[in-house]
Design a protein around this ligand. Structure first.
Ligand code: ADP
Ligand code: MG
Length: 329
């Protein structure tokens, strides 16, 4: 039967917004000496907003209208002919593709297009490439929206007009903490960067202090595991004082990192909110779900749920568990 001390800890936790899904988790949580955090929706609020819509300038007509006429066929006086999109046109095209996706970046894109009252064309043949981006057919051409990894692996070494300018712009945005994607059109085997989009998310105001508290309480390894870009992840981690960051991870790769931590630690906790965190949450010795904003999958797999998304409840939960263990042994 469950010891009285454990029952009373469960109810004390409950009053403080910490839901232990069973007495055995209190015992394990008291031993946690390594914690892995997802970024988006866990250390940040997960309220992704589209902040930058930039159509590339000087896009030549031939680069993305029907093949046939290439630059050299144009009369000299039309060499400067510019068929760049306006920012709103770029946004409408992007929203067309993203209306088929459920990703948080997609939602943020569609929202801004709607706010601006843009007419969004239809998209067909939608495809998602996990961890990299999406594509679909819009107005007779394929529109690709993806991160640099998408460009490097899906579009690979195909010639893309504006590739270097686009990648450079995206890398600058990422270095400033913005998750960014390129928008590339494809017609008759010709690829052209139309522009780029950047997104930000708010760091939770209590995240940095929570990290300090965990360290004070004997958690000696704290890592961030994210599907997002390395530069963006590093920027957020620096703000929070987390020095170990693993970025651009697929869900199974998050699992690998949890297993590696388990080899060196007594008990490893994973804190996450998303569908792509579920395998890592299931692998950790203690899984912690964010109650306010988390997905159902994350909450179902979690051993501990922070009911109100208050991050200070995490060090509290570990301290309560440790004290409770002390009374048991
Ligand atoms: P996260 O939840 O951390 O964003 P994901 O694996 O879902 O992790 O996505 C990783 C990256 O893949 C995103 O940061 C983005 O660059 C790219 N990506 C995924 N889905 C989309 C999409 N619908 N549109 C554009 N980019 C996407
Ligand atoms: Mg997340």
């Amino acid at each position: 039967s469950t010891p009285a001390a454990v029952l009373s800890a469960i109810s004390a936790g409950g009053r403080q917004g910490v839901l232990f899904k069973g007495g055995e988790h209190i015992e394990t949580a008291g031993n946690v000496d390594a914690v892995a955090f997802d970024k988006t929706g866990t250390l940040t609020e997960g309220n992704t907003r589209l902040t930058d819509v930039t159509a590339r300038e000087n896009v030549s007509v031939s680069a993305y209208t029907d093949g046939g006429s290439v630059d050299s066929d144009l009369p000299a006086d039309s060499a400067a002919e510019d068929d760049s999109l306006t920012d709103d046109e770029l946004l409408a095209l992007s929203a067309a593709v993203q209306s088929r996706s459920e990703h948080h970046l997609a939602e943020a894109t569609v929202d801004v297009a709607a706010d601006r009252g843009l007419e969004v064309p239809d998209a067909t043949d939608f495809q998602a490439v996990v961890g990299k981006g999406v594509n679909a057919t819009v107005d007779g051409r394929t529109i690709h929206i993806g991160n640099p990894r998408y460009v490097e692996t899906v579009l690979a070494d195909r010639r893309i007009d504006g590739r270097e300018a686009g990648l450079e712009a995206v890398r600058d945005l990422e270095a400033n903490g913005k998750t960014s994607v390129l928008v590339v059109s494809e017609t008759d085997e010709r690829l052209c960067v139309l522009g780029w989009l950047a997104f930000t998310d708010t760091i939770r105001p209590d995240a940095a202090e929570m990290i300090d508290r965990l360290r004070e309480r004997g958690v000696d390894q704290i890592v961030m595991l994210t599907g997002d870009n390395e530069r963006v992840a590093r920027y957020i981690a620096d703000e929070l004082g987390i020095d170990e960051v693993y970025a651009e991870l697929l869900p199974e790769e998050k699992v690998d990192h949890i297993e590696a931590l388990q080899e060196r630690h007594e008990a490893v906790a994973m804190v996450g909110d998303g569908v792509n965190d579920a395998p890592a949450l299931a692998t950790a010795d203690i899984s912690v779900g964010m109650g306010g904003a988390g997905t159902d999958v994350a909450l179902e797999t979690a051993d501990i749920v922070l009911m109100s998304d208050k991050l200070d409840r995490l060090p509290y939960a570990f301290a309560l568990s440790k004290e409770t263990r002390r009374t048991l042994y």
